[in-house]
Design a binder for this molecule. Structure first.
Ligand code: SF4
Length: 60
């Protein structure tokens, strides 16, 4: 699924995953929407961002 990268970072979301395609300055996420997984998780460690994409273009 392709998610657009927007100019307006998601309000209220702090993400420090600086290896993600959508990560922008100030530890913000520029994806138009994000999905967190999995259902029925039982700990913080178990949850993660399903929208993560490796920053493969080498540029920010
Ligand atoms: S898509 Fe997920 S991992 Fe990537 S910057 Fe946004 S919140 Fe972080």
């Amino acid at each position: 699924m392709h998610i657009d990268k927007t100019k307006e970072p998601l309000d209220g979301v702090k993400c420090v995953v600086n290896t993600c395609h959508y990560h922008v300055m100030g530890d913000q996420c520029s994806a138009s929407k994000i999905e967190i997984q999995p259902r029925n998780a039982s700990s913080t460690e178990e949850t993660d961002c399903g929208t993560f994409r490796p920053n493969d273009d080498g540029m920010k």
